[in-house]
Write a protein that binds this ligand. Structure first.
Ligand code: GMT
Length: 392
């Protein structure tokens, strides 16, 4: 199969999923063309069958805003013509699904070529950005015109039905996956030393520090935990809400116990050293970082909201508090850390749970769904991934 994969190249989960899926499919011999404005950060340039195509963005002085989606559309047209791409797989609908649809229209009209369209909805493309008035119509139009839609959780499928009236049986639930060889439990002594967390508990949060992550709840939850236990908070990543979070830590008197680590390529070493992972989002479609934490044997404490209950098993691999209960999060985390046997059992269960999201079977699901688009003559069963039969 010859596939164009369109994604954001930055630290976000959708870019990670797109890149790792592209690499896994290339390893299986498919010809994969990744397309973005920059090389994705987990991209392995040396891999056979894997190519990167940068979208050149024009900066003509007349343009106050660069029309990126037009440059992207042209690049996609080029890829179909020059490399025989059969499927364009967009990760995150905006503006990728729209550009893919425009490319297909041009190819049909001008060249008599047909290309199939697939889109993986990731989260805020549906729950936040996609429903903005200025994006809604075109988002609705372009996702309806995809030949294949996938989403990482049943919760997001439910939200897509609620907001965009797309029938749930038109979207396949394919959960995100984790590289269990990279993310695994290991001794974290050196990292604890680096963070000044020897003999203390280490709480970690990883994100892009946007309002949707509710980083202030991470800090207030941490302050509640510190009322009972000595602990350090590691904040990994960067974004607009990092500075306000550090200011809040100051106000709550815990700033000296907070380490702002920025973006880290050795994320697994931080997770391996961590005792618990905080993720208090209200509208998290999946929470890839929560899966990576569990793979390292680190339980997740967050809210019973969004798709997180599909990734974290409440009371087994973490604790899910009622949404918005930051103090509950800190207090229950402290209780867990005080009960050594329960804590160790939860660490073990976290790793076991992560094994259900191993790369191989989940890539099988994507491969099957994408191949069915190309070989329409084949009898294709829908991939047997998560069946969203429970309430959404
Ligand atoms: O939707 C976003 O905010 C961006 C996206 C990203 O690129 O990080 O995050 C979403 O996709 C990830 C990969 O599928 C999921 O793990 C995240 O839960 C999801 N974020 C939200 O729903 C807020």
């Amino acid at each position: 199969m010859r596939l164009a994969v369109v994604c954001y190249p930055t630290y976000g989960g959708s870019g990670v999923v797109a890149t790792e899926l592209a690499q896994a499919l290339a390893q299986r011999g498919h010809e994969i063309h990744m397309v973005s404005y920059e090389r994705p950060f987990r991209f392995d340039a040396s891999q056979e069958h894997l190519h990167f195509h940068q979208v050149e963005v024009s900066d003509y002085p007349l343009f106050r805003y660069q029309p990126y989606q037009l440059n992207l559309t042209n690049k996609l047209i080029e890829l179909v013509e020059n490399h025989g791409v059969e499927v364009i797989h967009s990760h995150y609908a905006i503006p990728h699904a729209q550009a893919a649809w425009m490319a297909r229209e041009v190819l049909r009209e001008e060249r008599g070529l047909d290309v199939k369209l697939a889109c993986t909805l990731h989260g805020t493309d549906i729950t936040l950005v996609g429903i903005e008035h200025s994006f809604y119509e075109l988002t609705h139009f372009s996702i309806q015109r995809q030949d294949l839609l996938t989403a990482p959780s049943c919760w997001l499928i439910g939200e897509t039905e609620r907001e965009f009236h797309i029938q749930p049986d038109k979207i396949i639930a394919i959960p995100n996956f984790v590289d269990l060889e990279r993310f695994h439990p290991a001794d974290g002594t050196a990292t604890r030393r680096e963070l000044g967390a020897e003999g203390r508990f280490l709480v970690t949060h990883v994100s892009n520090f946007r309002p949707v992550k509710r980083v202030s709840d991470v800090v207030s939850g941490f302050a509640a935990l510190r009322r009972r236990q000595d602990a350090v908070l590691a904040l990994v990543g960067s974004g607009p809400d990092l500075e306000p979070a550090l200011k809040l830590a100051e106000v709550l008197g815990v700033r000296e116990h907070v380490r702002a680590l920025g973006k880290r390529d050795d994320l697994e070493t931080i997770l391996q050293a961590s005792d618990v992972f905080f993720l208090p989002s209200m509208v998290e479609s999946f929470g890839l970082a929560a899966l990576e934490a569990q793979a390292c044997g680190c339980p997740v404490i967050g809210y019973r909201a969004g798709g997180l209950p599909e990734v974290v098993v409440d009371r087994e691999t973490g604790i899910l508090c009622p949404a918005g209960e930051d103090v509950c999060m800190g207090t229950l985390a402290a209780e867990l850390l005080e009960d050594r046997d329960r804590f160790l059992a939860m660490r073990e269960a976290s790793r076991l749970n992560a094994k259900k999201f191993a790369t191989g079977p989940i890539v099988d699901g994507y491969e099957k769904a994408l191949c069915c688009l190309v070989h329409a003559d084949r009898v294709c069963d829908a991939p047997t991934m998560a069946a969203c039969t429970h309430t959404m």
